[in-house]
Ligand binder design. Structure first.
Ligand SMILES: Cc1cc2nc3c(=O)[nH]c(=O)nc-3n(C[C@H](O)[C@H](O)[C@H](O)COP(=O)(O)OP(=O)(O)OC[C@H]3O[C@@H](n4cnc5c(N)ncnc54)[C@H](O)[C@@H]3O)c2cc1C
Length: 370
């Protein structure tokens, strides 16, 4: 293709699709995706993602707030249910320092609940060693729907998409970036690499320190309508984090944060292989905290991928060779909520040529040279 695009975005998953929507109409944009997005072979499948402001500090605070604003705006602009402000329950043992720190940091925005309140409002059984907090800002979004909306918005504004096309690498030729794919070479002035776990393939080019973890979420079938009023929940105990969602279409989805095995390479991702352990651990959790669900049948187990950095912070930075290319990975099992703000963040970076987020720097894992 001889067209010179203003911007090529590689990977139309969570973050690439938002950038595709954001930049289309403002410039000539091409989105390249190795499959057809949304799909189940990356990090965005599984029907729900928690969104919340609490739990974030430092450079995340402003973008978490802005993300929530944008999710609300998106919901107001569509008749489909893409964002639900269900509220959230956070519970754990205050003698656990990680849990205590989180609670202390976010008081007074969290409301402590008495056992009686919890048990009368929600299908949750309390326990003496657990403290319960309500976060009214929390809720969930529908990732596949959000991605479809972003891609449709981008297309409606003139953005072009090439699906089933795999990025291989890119080179700089004067002011142009030549992007090599299995379907040929595409040319652009700017480039966004939002490859999700595909970034692992670029570890020899960039100082990325990322690991891929296979994660499984478990869907429990239930007719129990009490679970319709369950807010999203996160239980933190002895570094085991269990999270879940209200009943949607007759199923309650529950997952374990950062639990699955790591994969050396994206090509080793095998979704057909079921990992043992998650269902048993979640069943123990249900017996203790959600007894009404303890005998519920597992209707399905879905597999998804965390692309995690060592410090669990994102990587959003320029290619060290050119400020016309940005590497974008909002990852580590908590990045979806931020996808809606990525277009804004990257537009500011391209315009100012400045990366202002220390925590997201590409070279933060590089060993100091002496
Ligand atoms: C089980 C699970 C639960 C989660 N829960 C939450 C949650 O509750 N809240 C939250 O905020 N976050 C959560 N996350 C994290 C969040 O989903 C991810 O941080 C986010 O989806 C990452 O987006 P991404 O754009 O980097 O990756 P993806 O959405 O996977 O997009 C990357 C895209 O790049 C494409 N691609 C890759 N390589 C190439 C190539 N060479 N050429 C062309 N295209 C390519 C892929 O096909 C894919 O479409 C969860 C993740 C998982 C797995």
């Amino acid at each position: 293709m001889d067209t010179l695009f203003d911007l090529i975005i590689i990977g139309l998953g969570s973050h690439g699709s938002n950038c595709f929507s954001h930049f289309s109409g403002k410039m000539k944009v091409l989105g390249i995706e190795q499959y057809i997005s949304p799909h189940t072979k990356g990090s965005h499948n599984g029907e729900t993602r928690i969104v919340r402001e609490m739990g974030y500090s430092g450079e995340y605070v402003d973008i978490a707030r802005r993300s929530l604003e944008l999710w609300k705006q998106l919901q107001d602009s569509t008749s489909e249910q893409v964002y639900v402000n269900s509220g959230g329950i956070l519970f754990g043992d205050l003698s656990d320092s990680q849990f205590r720190n989180q609670i202390q940091q976010h008081n007074p925005n969290l409301q402590q609940l008495k056992s009686q309140e919890v048990e009368s409002k929600f299908p949750i059984k309390t326990s003496q060693d657990q403290q319960f907090f309500f976060d009214k800002s929390a809720g969930f979004v529908r990732p596949e729907l959000a991605i479809s909306i972003f891609i449709n918005q981008g297309r409606a504004k003139g953005g072009q998409v090439i699906n089933n096309c795999r990025y291989i690498n890119h080179i700089y030729k004067g002011d142009e970036i030549h992007v090599y794919t299995d379907l040929g070479v595409f040319k652009s002035k700017k480039l966004i690499l939002s490859l999700g776990m595909g970034l692992k393939r670029l570890q020899n080019t960039y100082p990325l320190d990322i690991n891929i973890y296979k994660q499984q979420v478990v869907f429990f079938k239930t007719d129990n309508k009490n679970f319709d009023k369950l807010p999203v929940f996160i239980s933190e105990n002895n570094s085991l984090e269990i999270y879940g969602f209200p009943r949607i279409n007759g199923e309650v989805k529950i997952g374990l944060h950062h639990f699955g095995p790591s994969l050396e390479h994206p090509d080793l991702y095998d979704q057909t292989k079921n990992e043992q352990g998650s269902v048993n651990l979640i069943r123990q959790f249900l017996i203790k905290y959600m007894p009404e669900l303890k005998d519920a049948i597992v209707s399905r187990v879905e597999t998804c991928v965390y692309t995690s950095t060592k410090d669990h912070n994102f990587t959003i930075d320029f290619d060290p060779r050119s400020k016309n290319t940005i590497i974008l990975s909002a990852c580590s099992g908590h990045g979806f909520k931020f996808c809606i703000v990525m277009g804004e963040i990257l537009e500011e970076m391209f315009n100012t040529q400045v990366q202002k987020y220390q925590s997201f720097q590409l070279n933060r894992f590089q060993k100091p040279k002496f």
